[in-house]
Design a protein. Structure first.
Length: 189
């Protein structure tokens, strides 16, 4: 016959489990940190579906910037743009159209950054070949009519296709310079 131990140990074991098993009560999560002086302040201006035209000294349109939204940053006066479309109109020649996922414009409009996928087009016009360029992360200097990227670039015209890494563009003269890993394909007519 098997002998069972006395049940006197049961209350003591339950007490030990309750005390030891519970451990410390969970500590509540710390309160959220107070905003620091380095945190960017809230926007003081937001626009939806906006368009702005920048003119030259004679009042002629040079750039048109539009987007699905724009948020001004009061800490430095710059602006963040959702789905920007930039149209550059050189004094001589067809306009350039630049589209991107997002963008940033300096307070003094001296610099524009186009982020994410960037699509650049120059439509056909007498004496000017149409160009289509696809890249990422493009920096544009409006006053100098130039743009640059360090990213991969694909460019197509009716007669050739070129790709490479890094690009410098002079939008007034319509010249494009690829920096490295350049490959090209000429299309016969």
């Amino acid at each position: 016959m098997i002998s069972l131990p006395s049940r006197r140990w049961l209350p003591a074991a339950l007490l030990i489990l309750l005390i030891g098993g519970c451990g410390e009560a969970p500590t509540p999560a710390p309160p959220p940190a107070a905003p620091t002086e380095t945190a960017a302040p809230a926007s003081d201006l937001y626009m939806q579906d906006f368009a702005a035209t920048l003119t030259d000294a004679q009042g002629q349109p040079r750039y048109r910037v539009e987007g699905s939204g724009m948020t001004r940053r009061p800490d430095d006066g710059s602006a963040l743009i959702e789905r920007p479309v930039v149209e550059f109109r050189p004094a001589d020649g067809p306009p350039w159209l630049l589209r991107a996922d997002s963008g940033w414009i300096a307070d003094d409009q001296s610099e524009v950054m186009l982020h994410g996928a960037v699509d650049i087009e120059r439509p056909p016009e007498e004496g000017h070949t149409p160009i289509h360029i696809v890249t990422r992360e493009l920096r544009l200097w409006p006053a100098e009519d130039r743009a640059e990227t360090a990213s991969h670039v694909q460019m197509e015209t009716p007669r050739y296709a070129i790709e490479g890494v890094g690009m410098r563009a002079d939008l007034t003269r319509g010249t494009l310079e690829l920096h490295s890993e350049v490959k090209s394909e000429y299309v016969r007519r």
